[in-house]
Every structure is written in structure tokens, then in C-alpha cells.
Ligand binder design. Structure first.
Ligand SMILES: Cc1cc2nc3c(=O)[nH]c(=O)nc-3n(C[C@H](O)[C@H](O)[C@H](O)COP(=O)(O)OP(=O)(O)OC[C@H]3O[C@@H](n4cnc5c(N)ncnc54)[C@H](O)[C@@H]3O)c2cc1C
Length: 362
């Protein structure tokens, strides 16, 4: 039995992959109001997210994106999880933005990938509901989107179908793991290996239980969902301060704030103001947007910006999988595949060893 601690997108993906490999799986989850997955917008956009000095992360994003692209051939599954065939557009609202997207194009070109610089008319032809005073856009083909809430419920059902269990636990702040047993809250469960994927809360659990501590912190993010009467956009739109993803049934998701607010799980007025203000500055006719939902999520950020995927020196049967920061939805398929290799004790490709806890001597 493999016990997975945490049922965010990372835990759910890992559980599915392990069940497919023939392992028995139980997920234990302590319910938190602001799991990152619940607020996520679901962009699958490695080109947009590429940054200087993040070569290993970029390659990991591309590998995961390739796994997402494979899923697109299963049309009915893609529909259920809201996996789209759309693209991303970085919109320039003024001349400064235009310079920035020109720079971004050069950067992506140098990485060996193609993007298209569109002028104002070309942009408006594709997205006529944008403001008419935009300067142009950078078009990143196939940097698409999946709908996290649909994906979560699909994965849960699939875990149950394959014989896995998802248990909600109370007060899971500490565990003891020895001799194939996981002991917590005075109960015990058989476990040959455990996988810790509690997102932003992973460090608290590891510190309390094994005295292992990573340099990491929660980065709070808030997103909103709106309903419109007709479909407004085809593509994911990225502005300087916000991004927008069209969803099924004429809904749109708007993200996201990013603040150092510790473990604060509530939505505050400044966050509502931030998103509303930039939405108003970015799009015309926002009176057409009917408010549906607002969610806060805590992204888990490791000090070097890369996720932790791998087992601990102190106990090889404890596998870590957290710190996915802004990219957890995009990175979930490749993360699940790497974790499965750790569980099955297969040789880990060198490029993925980079993400192991060993880079912090842990
Ligand atoms: C506003 C916002 C927008 C985002 N947009 C995107 C995007 O467009 N594309 C993208 O790729 N990524 C995006 N992200 C990032 C992405 O959502 C995260 O990287 C990803 O969801 C992390 O998943 P996770 O399973 O590691 O963590 P979480 O989703 O936080 O799940 C952790 C789980 O562990 C549980 N837990 C906590 N403590 C314990 C414990 N002690 N015991 C047991 N269980 C515990 C929690 O209840 C939770 O269910 C966004 C994030 C935010 C906040």
C-alpha cells in the first residue's frame, strides 16, 4: 500500500498513475480552505511562463506539456476535464507592453520555439472583444488550458473506479512512519512508502514528523469566475497584471493576485480591488460579466523556484512532491510519472534528479 498525504491536483495525479502501475493507494487529506488547486486557473502555458535562469524548470514544463498534448487525442476525456485546443495571447495595451512582448518573443525564439507577433488588426481579428486601443499581441500557439475543478472531480472518480481510497482526516499535523506503518492521530495504516504532497503545508508536516525542513513559503493567490451571455474569447489572454481563460458554458476565469500573506486563507478586499481594477483597465464592457465565484489558494514556493520531487535521504521510502508554485496544473502529469518511478524504484533520468530534495542536502 502506498499512502499519499494530500489530495490536491498533485496527490490526485500521483494516485491515478500509481493505481495504473498496479499499486494499492490510499490518499489521506486534511481539508484546507485555500488549497492551491481550488483557486487555480489551469493554464498550460510553458512558453508564456518561461523565464531566464530557469532552464531545468522550463524543460520540465515542456515534458509535462507533451503529456497533456497526448491526452488531447482522447476527445471525450478532454471534454470532461475542459482540456482545450486553444492558444495564449500576450496582449500589449500600450507601447511599453509592446516592447516587453517583443523582448519576450526574442527570448522564446532563442530557446528554440516559435511565437507570432500580431499587430493590432490581426489581434482584433482573432479576439474582437478586446479593447480597440491595444497595440498588438504575442501569439503562443497551443499554450492552452484545462479546467481544474473538472479535472479534480474526474481524477477522484477515476481513483475510486480503480480501487483507490480518499479519506478525509482530522488534525493531521504529525505522523510516525516506521516498519511499513504510518501512525497518526492514534490510528495506524499499512504503508510500504508514503508520498507527501500537501502543497504549501508540506513543510509543517515534515518538520513536525521528521524534523526535515525546506526553505519554502506560501504565496497567496486569488482568482475569480464570471459568467457572460455569449462566448467572449477563444484564447487565453495575458495582460501585464492579470490573465483570463475562457471556460465552458460562457464562463471566464480571471487570475491572479500574488502576495506574501503567510497562511491567510481568506479573500480580502484589496485582492478583490486588484483583480477588478485590472479587469476594468484591460477589457471593455465589464458590466457584461456576472460575478460567480472568488477563491483564494496558497501556492507552495521553494526558495529556488523549483518543485521538490524525490525521496528523502533520511528515509528513502518518504517521497516528497510539492513546491509547484505557479505551475502545478501544468506539471502534474510529469510529476506523477517521476514519483511513480521513485515508488517503483526505477532509475530516475538525470534531468529529473535535479528536482530531488538532495539539492538541499535533505
Ligand atoms: C490563483 C492561482 C492560480 C493558479 N493558476 C495556475 C495555472 O494557471 N496553471 C498552473 O499550472 N498552475 C496554477 N496555479 C498553481 C497550482 O494551482 C498549484 O501549483 C497546484 O494546484 C499545487 O497542487 P498541490 O496538490 O501541490 O497543492 P494543493 O492544491 O494546495 O493541495 C494540497 C492538499 O493537501 C491538503 N493538506 C494540507 N495539509 C495537510 C496535512 N497535514 N495532511 C493531509 N493533507 C493536507 C490540503 O487540504 C490540499 O488538499 C495557480 C495557483 C493559484 C493559487
Amino acid at each position: 500500500m502506498i499512502v499519499i498525504i494530500g489530495s490536491g491536483i498533485i496527490g490526485l495525479f500521483i494516485a491515478n498513475e500509481l493505481l495504473e502501475s498496479g499499486k494499492k493507494v490510499t490518499i489521506l487529506n486534511l481539508k484546507k480552505k485555500a488549497s492551491a488547486t481550488s483557486a487555480s486557473v489551469g493554464m498550460l502555458a510553458p512558453l508564456i511562463e518561461s523565464k531566464p535562469y530557469e532552464k531545468e524548470l522550463f524543460d520540465l514544463m515542456l515534458d509535462s506539456k507533451a503529456l497533456w498534448d497526448k491526452k488531447k487525442q482522447y476527445k471525450s476525456e478532454s471534454k470532461i476535464i475542459g482540456l482545450k485546443n486553444n492558444s495564449s495571447m500576450l496582449v500589449a495595451q500600450n507601447l511599453d507592453d509592446l516592447e516587453e512582448i517583443q523582448f519576450k518573443k526574442k527570448f522564446i525564439d532563442n530557446l528554440g520555439y516559435k511565437t507570432e507577433l500580431l499587430n493590432k488588426n490581426e489581434t482584433l481579428k482573432i479576439e474582437p472583444n478586446l479593447n480597440s486601443n491595444i497595440e498588438g499581441s504575442l501569439y503562443c500557439k497551443n499554450n492552452n488550458q484545462v479546467e481544474p475543478h473538472l479535472l479534480e472531480s474526474y481524477l477522484r472518480k477515476s481513483i475510486f473506479k480503480k480501487g483507490g481510497e480518499i479519506k478525509t482526516v482530522e488534525n493531521f499535523e504529525k505522523f510516525i512512519f516506521k516498519k511499513n506503518k504510518l501512525i497518526f492521530n492514534e490510528s495506524e495504516i499499512k504503508a510500504e512508502k508514503i508520498v507527501v504532497c500537501c502543497g504549501a503545508w508540506s513543510n509543517l508536516l515534515l518538520k513536525n514528523s521528521m524534523n526535515v525542513s525546506f526553505e519554502m513559503r506560501p504565496l497567496k493567490g486569488v482568482s475569480m469566475i464570471f459568467q457572460t451571455n455569449t462566448k467572449m474569447f477563444e484564447n487565453n489572454l495575458w495582460f501585464k497584471n492579470i490573465y483570463i481563460a475562457p471556460r465552458q458554458n460562457n464562463q471566464i476565469a480571471v487570475g491572479a493576485t500574488e502576495d506574501e500573506k503567510g497562511f491567510d486563507e481568506d479573500v480580502t478586499l484589496d485582492e478583490i480591488l486588484y483583480l477588478s481594477k485590472y479587469l476594468w483597465e484591460s477589457l471593455p464592457e465589464i458590466e457584461k460579466f456576472k460575478f460567480k465565484k472568488i477563491s483564494a489558494g496558497l501556492r507552495s514556493a521553494i526558495v529556488d523556484g523549483n518543485p521538490i520531487i524525490g525521496n528523502l535521504n533520511i528515509d528513502k521510502d518518504v517521497i516528497c512532491s510539492f513546491g509547484h508554485y505557479r505551475h502545478g496544473i501544468l506539471l502534474a502529469p510529469i510529476t506523477a510519472s517521476i514519483v511513480t518511478d521513485y515508488v517503483l524504484e526505477k532509475k530516475i533520468p538525470n534531468k529529473y534528479c535535479f528536482f530531488s530534495p538532495k539539492r538541499f542536502n535533505l
